[in-house]
Design a protein around this ligand. Structure first.
Ligand code: C5P
Length: 220
């Protein structure tokens, strides 16, 4: 298998999703948003009426979790069973509980297996996989591994610009709380051995995309 795997990790608001999607589009690669799968599982767990604070109860929703996630950057959707949850998983209700389900080891193991299968099934010459533990756990042997960072101030600014109608203070506090919770489970703030850091604090969107593509081209 000579498909190129590009692993991208980073904190919330680093621009990782939009940058990874643009990189995939430019190179004709597939695109896998792993955060969307964690969000879809959180959506499912909420409906399954599990006890979100209880790891065993959360894990009990795994056998009924029927995820369909597109890997086409131009035709992206996420489904759980017959429900299209592409929009719903971006809402505050899912965002508020996703860290609770993501910390459960059985959930991480099941989703990691799904990600590896989806990556192996893509027809494109390469795939950009984006998340929090891709460079370290999902695809530690990927030929290209990138940590996308930006200063906290810039990340909060970008995120509140996306979410119109929300106060920057509230968005900032939620983002920090989620990063804090997620950091207890996986370290996505420091680059692991062999991982290239791309700091987008001083870069605009196109420059960030080009910087990631430059890393890919230097590695393949
Ligand atoms: O990237 P996004 O903000 O959509 O991720 C949503 C949540 O999914 C994160 O806050 C984290 O709890 C979880 N996640 C994870 N590991 C990944 C990707 C996302 O734990 N690889």
């Amino acid at each position: 298998d000579d498909r190129v795997v590009v692993a991208v990790d980073g904190p919330a608001g680093s621009g990782k999703s939009s940058v990874s999607k643009a990189v995939a589009r430019k190179l004709g690669y597939a695109y896998l948003d792993t955060g969307a799968a964690y969000r879809a599982f959180a959506w499912h767990a909420q409906r399954a009426d599990v006890e979100l604070e209880d790891a065993a109860s959360v894990a009990s929703a795994l056998p009924t979790f029927a995820l369909a996630e597109a890997t086409d950057p131009d035709d992206f959707f996420v489904r759980v069973g017959e429900h299209d949850v592409t929009e719903a998983i971006r809402g505050p209700s899912v965002t508020g509980v996703v860290s609770l389900v993501a910390r459960v080891p059985e959930v991480r193991a099941a989703l990691t297996a799904i990600f590896r299968r989806l990556a192996a099934e893509t027809a494109q010459p390469g795939i950009v996989i984006e998340g929090r533990d891709i460079t370290t756990a999902v695809a530690p042997d990927a030929p290209v591994r990138v940590l996308l960072t930006a200063s906290e101030e810039v990340r909060m600014g970008r995120r509140s610009a996306e979410l119109t109608g929300h106060s920057p203070e509230v968005v900032g506090e939620q983002l920090k709380a989620r990063d804090r919770a997620d950091s207890r489970v996986v370290d996505f703030m420091t680059a692991a051995d062999g991982v290239t850091t791309v700091d987008s604090t001083e870069l605009n969107f196109d420059e960030t995309v080009d910087a990631v593509i430059a890393v890919i081209e230097s590695r393949i």
